[in-house]
Write a protein that binds this ligand. Sequence first.
Ligand SMILES: Cc1cc2nc3c(=O)[nH]c(=O)nc-3n(C[C@H](O)[C@H](O)[C@H](O)COP(=O)(O)OP(=O)(O)OC[C@H]3O[C@@H](n4cnc5c(N)ncnc54)[C@H](O)[C@@H]3O)c2cc1C
Length: 405
Amino acid sequence: MNASPADGSGQIVVAGAGYAGLHAALRLTAKLRNHPQVELTLVDRHDYHQVLTELPRVAGGTRAASAVRIPIQDVLATRARFAQTEINGFDLAGRRLLTGAGPIGWGRLVLALGSRPNDFAIPGLAQRTLSMYSASDAERVWAAVSKALDDAAAATDPKQQRRLATVVIGGGGATGVELAGELAEVLPKVASGHGLAPGRPAVQLVEAGPTILAGSSPQLIDKATKILSDLGVQVRTNAAIAAATDEGFKLTDGQLVEGGVFVWAGGVKAPELVADSGLPTGHNGRVKADQYLRVLDHPEIYVAGDLASVTDPRTGHVLPALAQVALEEGETVARNLDAELKGRPLEAFTFHNKGFVVSVGTRRGVADIAGITSGGQLAHLLKDAIEWEYRQSVKHLRGWDPVPG
Ligand SMILES: Cc1cc2nc3c(=O)[nH]c(=O)nc-3n(C[C@H](O)[C@H](O)[C@H](O)COP(=O)(O)OP(=O)(O)OC[C@H]3O[C@@H](n4cnc5c(N)ncnc54)[C@H](O)[C@@H]3O)c2cc1C
């Protein structure tokens, strides 16, 4: 890699400080010890990293939004520069990111801009539902739920009360299941504070496919379904939403799902910004990568995390949009950038699946690890442990700063 900062070619720019981008930057900082000429810049619209896996707790009012925002300055070594600005586009030919703070030139770019909710062009969905893709989104869900409980308490007709105090969640993937479980456990406890009977609030989970947690083992699905049922969540499968209206979700079979709050957790796609960039994209607009995580036909750009369309050679399937995939990809990108600096061969990416853990409610969960399925308190403790370990790793990866003076 040519290292002459004036034209940007000595710059490594990491776009996005989420799971993939922050980890690529943290791991790279330590590796840059012997390359003082290389500048590393991390760019994000926020000056904090968001622990998205904890959002269902914010949306259920059991965790403050501030608790899932980790200030970048607390974890990034000063060896790396941080630019808080909105990325608005790409000048691929000129190798520049176009941002609110002006263009930022790169010699190597790491694209790690994550994903956005996908409304699959279902009419009314984007306007009528809340999403769950940031701490602020999750805060809005909890605020809407609290207001709906107040509105329900002010209503006199029990049917009307029930409708207003019902939270309807579209999408039975991990996010939908975690949110449904969290709310179903919390709402009866907070109802009286809003002047409602504990049994008045309700939670419904609406899934287009034949099962919740699609792609998981039948045992895990069974255990999660049982816990949700125990918590009183009404799960509707094979229930495809045709439109979201002021009355509620209209299903393709003509049924209407009524409620007071509607949340969409039905899938993700790449940010629009990337769709318009001219980069090669695949399913849901994700950017196609080679085995080294370089964008196809753009070897100077790496891509990682939800934005990356990476095919697992063992299964032939594109890897799912998951934090553990993003973290591993971020690490491989850091190692490959280091390899480029040292003139070494690049490393092909291999995903090491550590298992799947979903919390269902505030005390229980389900887990599939090494072929063993568990359900109950142990799985919930495991989820807590994974989140704790993640926070520790972010703190300890700070990297390296030159000794002053
Ligand atoms: C509610 C919820 C629960 C989840 N639970 C789990 C779980 O339990 N386990 C699991 O493995 N995965 C889970 N996931 C998925 C996981 O969070 C994602 O796969 C992961 O965040 C992807 O990491 P990323 O780095 O690609 O993107 P992100 O973590 O989303 O980071 C993208 C970053 O880019 C920044 N950015 C985006 N666009 C711009 C722009 N134009 N300008 C400037 N900055 C920009 C954003 O601010 C953000 O910091 C969950 C996701 C959600 C939403």
